[in-house]
Design a protein around this ligand. Structure first.
Ligand code: DX5
Ligand code: ZN
Length: 219
């Protein structure tokens, strides 16, 4: 079952509740919350307090995408927040990935590992038996509205093959997904399709979600 996740990074924060409700009523099944610290990536988005206020009220599960240099300390702050399903951290940011994974799992959440386009798949191969989810970045992390790097679909296909042979983990993809390419991205093997500006950057959020969902249903 393919799932559509809405990333609020490019949402109108003044009207966040309205936009999120529209997106969820129209078929968004998860919210994707990008925590960016201005160090791992250039921009700063929001931290645990805003995540808490969204996750505790959200009608759908929330996944947190940490784009920060010290994932462990953020995991601590996020522990205990109701409504968070998965926490993804970047392999490039962790000195000791196993301990971040353990910290996420001890907090009762799903541990996910994120991979930037420039990092090799090899870097996470040894961790695939310990995580339940992988987030493949289809753009450089940090901001919405970029174009998908098409070569990343090969990476999704490779991960899909690996999990068929051995471990099971969910594959999420993030960045540059629009109504024009969502079918191809889903077809490569992704389960969770994260869309930011393609939903929250649109004038009619509900209509954008419906078009994405109907494309997904064909994939
Ligand atoms: C970017 C974030 C994404 C972002 C995606 O680094 O991780 O979740 O919101 O936005 P779009 O869909 O516009 O590429
Ligand atoms: Zn993200």
């Amino acid at each position: 079952m393919k799932m559509l996740a809405g990333s609020v990074l490019d949402a109108d924060f003044w009207n966040l509740e309205r936009s999120v409700s529209e997106a969820v009523s129209a078929g968004v099944q998860r919210l994707h919350l990008d925590v960016a610290d201005g160090s791992f990536v250039q921009g700063i988005s929001f931290g645990d307090r805003i995540v808490r206020s969204i996750a505790e009220k959200s009608k759908v599960p929330c996944d947190v995408h940490l784009m920060v240099t010290h994932p462990e300390s953020q995991v601590k702050l996020l522990s205990g927040i109701e409504g968070i399903s998965t926490i993804y951290f970047h392999i490039e940011s962790a000195d000791n990935p196993k301990s971040v994974i353990n910290a996420i799992k001890s907090a009762g959440m799903i541990a996910g590992i994120a991979l930037s386009p420039g990092s090799s798949l090899q870097n996470i191969k040894g961790l695939l038996s310990s995580v339940d989810a992988v987030l493949v970045m289809l753009v450089e992390p940090g901001r919405g509205g970029q174009r998908m790097i098409p070569q990343m679909l090969e990476r999704v296909k490779a991960l899909d093959r690996i999990r068929k042979d051995k471990n099971h983990f969910e594959i999420a993809v993030d960045g540059g997904i629009k109504v024009e390419n969502i079918r191809a991205v889903a077809g490569a093997g992704a389960d969770v399709l994260v869309v930011g500006s393609g939903i929250f950057g649109q004038n009619d959020v509900g209509k954008a979600v419906k078009s994405l969902v109907s494309e997904l249903n064909f994939s």
